[in-house]
Ligand binder design. Structure first.
Ligand code: AMP
Ligand code: MN
Ligand code: MN
Ligand code: MN
Length: 284
């Protein structure tokens, strides 16, 4: 039997904006038939030891993971890191710097919402943030759904929180080259997350892929929770064109909320190099 049969290398826990603890995610991954898993919390690796231990308990393979927020050409881009050494000092310091400013941003988001007649959003969002240092838009979305302002998170983003909407607060995240280097110098592989979500012009997208490679990036998510089958085919083409390995991950955050559950993904096109083939020595 070949391993892995069902890798899922993108997911979130209460350490960032997921709703399940790392141990609950590991159990759910196992139940869903995932045999290689990575917890990829936003800008934070403090859940890695728990995730690795829980994966071992469940008898599934584990790769360390993170999803770093980057600003590229004025657009927020996410870079997933896999298989790095979670004790690396530079990576740890870079992530701490990237997290900095989330609280001030959250207060500014709340202020915008206040001006739109929605009060108390900061305090409401904070109640959903398992880790206050990682307070983010998903926590606001849950609060606004819970209080009946919107029907679901999609509506919250469409009306208020997406880029350009009235409660959107621009933010400077990490630089692309820095994020890629933090990951690769810690022994990991950098992967462009959900590339179909960025609404880049073709020229800007080409620049992203080109610069990502120049900095040492090696992978791109092809099959992921927010990609349609057509988008997966499109980015399979980009993986071939740019000679990048392909990754597969649900981006699962929470039951009911997430469109794709752990492990419930189509296979990668068989001609692509899977990113885990670059990381065989890093699987724990
Ligand atoms: P932040 O890092 O605070 O900017 O929040 C980004 C997070 O918001 C993403 O990782 C998703 O969890 C969530 N998100 C972004 N866009 C949407 C959307 N259209 N619908 C639901 N959740 C979204
Ligand atoms: Mn998220
Ligand atoms: Mn993302
Ligand atoms: Mn994600």
């Amino acid at each position: 039997m070949t391993f892995p049969l069902n890798p899922d290398l993108h997911s979130h826990s209460t350490v960032s904006d997921g709703m399940l603890a790392p141990e609950q995610l590991a159990a759910r991954a196992r139940t869903n038939g995932v045999d290689l898993w990575a917890l990829t919390d936003h800008d934070e690796i403090s859940g890695q030891a728990r995730a690795r231990a829980a994966a071992r308990e469940q008898g599934i393979g584990y790769l360390t993971g993170v999803e770093i927020s980057v600003t590229f050409a004025d657009v927020t881009v996410h870079i997933v890191g896999l298989g790095f050494n979670a004790d690396d000092a530079q990576l740890t310091a870079g992530l701490a710097a990237t997290r900095n400013g989330r609280d001030a941003r959250a207060r500014a988001i709340s202020q915008r919402l206040q001006e739109l007649g929605i009060s108390g959003a900061y305090e409401g969002a904070l109640r959903y943030a398992g880790n206050p240092a990682l307070i983010g838009r998903a926590h606001f979305a849950r609060h606004l759904v819970e209080t009946g302002v919107c029907r679901d998170a999609t509506e919250v983003f469409r009306k208020y929180l997406a880029d350009g909407k009235p409660a959107y607060v621009p933010h400077q995240w990490a630089k692309l080259g820095d994020a890629v280097r933090w990951i690769t110098r810690a022994g990991g592989t950098a992967v462009i997350a959900h590339p179909a979500r960025y609404n880049f012009t073709p020229a800007a997208e080409d620049a992203l892929f080109t610069e990502f490679k120049t900095h040492g990036g090696q992978g791109v998510e092809v099959v992921t929770g927010s990609h349609t089958a057509a988008e997966a085919r499109l980015y399979a083409g980009m993986a071939r064109e740019f000679d990048l390995a392909a990754s597969r991950g649900s981006d699962f955050h929470a039951p009911k909320e997430s469109p794709c559950d752990l492990g419930q993904l189509a296979p990668l096109p068989p001609d692509l190099t899977p990113v885990w083939a670059l990381l065989t020595g890093r699987i724990q």
